[in-house]
Design a protein around this ligand. Structure first.
Ligand code: GDP
Length: 313
């Protein structure tokens, strides 16, 4: 980069779990960061998005703005999930093309893969079977985003790269019990049980589904790496390559928090997809692997929760 102007890098969704981790990571790179709070730029508004791109002229874009949520939120607000994610993706990709953005990284999600995909899930599983119904509207919006990136690349010669992160967690996570994913939900529930001296903590579902968890700082590092080394329409999964049963995750969280009560499983709540582990061989071949061990990541996230999120939600 020496001798050249530092690239202007726009992170869309910089206040979110992923976007804030990208900002932390990119602050260590020789780039000029561009961000806009939601109150100043409504990404659902195509005219505002276009104007913003014309004014700021980013060279690179990380599209991390998304309406996301856990199993309950997806079941309760399905129209919001599909509509917002489609609109934001349509607006940002079109503005990026119109203003000549050199490279864009689009963040999808592992829920784009079929419910019964082979495990670990290879990138080729995309569109090879029916989706998990609990988050189908969100998944379809994300799949449309991948198809948009590929279609723009084909028709316009853009360089819009799609990456598929596994379940993420870390500082900045959503700890609201109604809308959060399982890891922050368990951290909060176990913490509150410890504080109040409750004898049990309720875990949704059977405890047998397996999920992979990647620390969001690892994800941000992978994204910056892929922005550097990967071009074009080939999807890349981003995961740590390892999964854990929800019951074992709950035990690990209890251990980190220092809670000695019992876990109770509430079978009236949905399990969702039985297993979700990404095949990360393509990512490994591109020279990246995860570094943050799950226990260490959970401990750091618990510290963040104690400082920032306790008492909210
Ligand atoms: P998913 O990965 O899209 O299914 O989303 P979640 O992170 O919401 O749920 C993952 C798994 O954890 C599901 O089997 C849930 O039933 C289970 N789970 C157990 N306890 C909780 C909880 O307190 N909150 C959430 N969101 N999920 C939980």
């Amino acid at each position: 980069m020496s001798g050249q102007a530092r690239p202007r890098v726009y992170v869309a969704g910089h206040r979110g779990l992923v976007g804030s981790a990208l900002v932390r990571r990119l602050e260590r790179e020789p780039v000029r960061l561009v961000t806009r709070p939601r109150a100043e730029l409504d990404l659902e508004d195509p005219v505002a998005v276009r104007r913003f791109f014309e004014d700021e002229r980013p060279d690179q874009v990380y599209l991390a703005a998304a309406k996301v949520g856990g199993i309950w939120a997806n079941a309760t607000y399905p129209a919001d999930f599909i509509r917002n994610n489609l609109l934001v993706t349509l607006n940002v990709l079109e503005a990026a093309r119109e203003t000549g953005v050199a490279k864009l990284l689009y963040l999808g999600s592992s829920c784009i893969y079929p419910k019964m995909a082979p495990q670990p899930i290879p990138e080729e599983a995309l569109l090879a079977g029916p989706l998990e119904p609990t988050n189908e509207p969100y998944a379809i919006a994300k799949i449309a985003g991948i198809s948009l990136c590929r279609s723009y690349n084909r028709q316009y010669g853009t360089n819009f790269v799609s990456v598929m992160p596994t379940n993420l967690y870390g500082p900045g996570d959503n700890f609201d019990l109604a809308t959060s994913h399982v890891l922050p939900a368990l951290l909060r529930k176990v913490h509150e049980a410890k504080v109040t001296g409750a004898p049990t903590v309720t875990v949704w579902g059977s405890g047998t589904p397996r999920r992979e968890f990647l620390h969001v700082d690892d994800l941000a590092d992978a994204c910056v790496h892929l922005m550097r080394v990967h071009d074009g329409s080939e999807l890349v999964n981003i995961g740590c390559g390892d999964d854990i049963a929800i019951a074992d995750l709950a035990r690990l969280v209890a251990d980190v928090v220092g809670y000695h009560g019992a876990l109770v499983f509430d079978a009236s709540k949905p399990d969702g997809t039985p297993r979700k582990l990404l095949d990360v061989r393509r990512l490994a071949a591109l020279g990246w692997s995860a570094r943050i061990p799950l226990r260490e990541g959970i401990a750091g996230t618990y510290q963040w929760f104690l400082r920032h999120a306790q008492g909210t939600g």
